[in-house]
Design a protein around this ligand. Structure first.
Ligand SMILES: *Cc1c(COP(=O)(O)O)cnc(C)c1O
Length: 439
């Protein structure tokens, strides 16, 4: 056990079904343990709950979200910070000394001007926010870094998650660096590279025969029974989710402190999309960027597209589905933040689109061959949805657009393995080479 994990009396009487981390009134947190976060606020009814291992509103069971008393923050202060997500410490529920705790230090990934892809799609100005270069090669390192901070401050003994793959990789790696026990749960049909990318960091990779939604239900049950377990996306979910805001902050900062006109974001639970919107609104509120309209678009794979289906049908509720797609990192059939994604995409004038698995594969190759970026199936989905949104006229080709690449193609090799490979296999002779017709 790392000395950095706060030792605490966890008590022995956590009620059945309750989050089994210590209640806020059972112990006092370190002063400033959650930075400038003030409270947890219900997204449905606004009821406030004190900061702690809570995720559901005691009044209406709505999801809780971190609310802040932000200090005055200047661009210069942020720019003087570390080249990772902790440059935005003042805007996150983490302590001022966060950089002193071992963490994977994700973020400040590349924002690449994508002129070749733009030309191919008929867009004027396009950027790729490339989160495949995070420590475990997906955007999940951002959310896990914030969840780890909360887990420590709450005195957790075990760092855990149900995952569609990338989250397990990030939790296992961050836990290893922090010296805290990790247990990660995945659907047993997950791609082998994603399994290996967890198993190298942790001895406790648990493969469950079922869908992600089955794994998630099991995790909630364990969280209710086992004391001291921090499930990053269950009982510390409000803190975890805030990590995705850093994608929005970075896009704005890297554009020279302004917001883009349009952003295309993949949707699994929908958490990331809602937090990029929250980040943009906070930057405006704090005077760090000029207020301007922006449009947010969600991307799903047709084989698991409950949010796109609701968007297209004009429904306010999401009908859960049983996933069947190669985009496994997006395969959440009952997305927790789906209704908020609908709200945001409708309010901003965006849309939620979906593409089939053939288009997902084409999206992966399109990004690779135009921009030299190898994305996983989630990114293939996002690029293919970008193309479809342009073709159907819902995305303005003259407006500045950012597409988020959330993951790394080496983790989903099989998705394109059949369609790419050697152009020829030859003997080592010049004649054999010329016979290929490549020269
Ligand atoms: C988890 C994941 C997403 C979706 O994240 P949500 O916040 O659950 O919507 C997108 N892309 C990749 C690569 C992921 O691993």
């Amino acid at each position: 056990m790392s000395a950095l994990v706060t030792e605490t009396d966890l008590g022995s009487s956590a009620p059945h079904g309750a989050p089994a981390l210590p209640e806020a009134n059972d112990r006092s947190f370190r002063e400033g343990a959650f930075g400038h976060a003030r409270t947890l606020s219900c997204r449905e009814c606004g009821h406030e709950v004190e900061l702690g291992p809570h995720y559901a509103c005691p009044e209406c069971f709505g999801p809780l979200e971190v609310a802040y008393d932000f200090p005055v923050v200047t661009r210069a202060e942020i720019e003087a910070g570390p080249r990772n997500i902790w440059r935005y410490q003042a805007l996150l529920p983490v302590p001022a000394d966060i950089t002193e705790s071992p963490n994977t230090e994700p973020g400040f990934t590349r924002l690449l001007r994508a002129d070749n892809l733009a030309r191919e799609l008929g867009l004027d100005r396009l950027w790729v926010k490339d989160d495949s270069t995070n420590p475990t090669n997906s955007f999940k390192d951002r959310v896990v870094a914030c969840a780890l901070s909360a887990a420590r401050e709450l005195g957790a003994k075990v760092f855990a998650c149900p995952s569609t793959g990338n989250l397990a990789n990030a939790v296992a790696a961050a836990g290893a660096r922090a010296g805290i026990k990790t247990v990660v749960f995945i659907p047993s049909n997950l791609e082998r590279p994603k399994q290996v990318n967890s198993a190298v960091y942790t001895e406790n990779l648990v493969a469950v025969n079922g869908t992600y939604d089955d794994v998630n239900r099991l995790a909630s049950e364990i969280a209710g029974e086992q004391e001291g377990w921090a499930f990053v996306n269950v009982n510390v979910r409000p803190f975890y989710a805030e990590g995705s805001k850093t994608l929005g902050y970075e896009i704005a900062e890297q554009l020279g402190w302004r917001l883009p006109d349009q952003v295309v974001i993949p949707v699994a639970s929908g958490s990331q999309l809602t937090k990029v919107d929250k980040a943009f609104r906070e930057l405006i509120e704090l005077g760090l960027v000029d207020d301007k309209p922006y449009r947010i678009f969600g991307a799903q794979a047709t084989g698991c597209s409950p949010v796109a289906a609701a968007f297209k049908a004009g429904n306010d509720a999401i009908r859960p589905v049983r996933p069947d797609t190669i985009a496994k990192s997006l395969a959440i059939g009952n997305p927790a933040d789906g209704i908020y994604v609908l709200d945001i995409c409708r309010r901003t004038g965006g849309a939620v689109e979906d593409v089939d698995d053939t288009q997902v594969r084409e999206g992966i190759l399109l990004l690779a061959r135009t921009e030299g970026i190898f994305t996983e199936t989630a990114g293939g989905t996002t690029v293919a949805c970008l193309r479809k949104l342009v073709e159907t006229g819902r995305l303005d080709p003259t407006a500045e657009t950012v597409v988020i690449n959330t993951g790394m193609g080496l983790k989903t090799l099989d998705a394109v393995g059949d369609s790419v490979g050697p152009a020829a296999t030859i003997d080592p002779s010049y004649a054999a080479f010329t016979a290929t017709g490549i020269a």
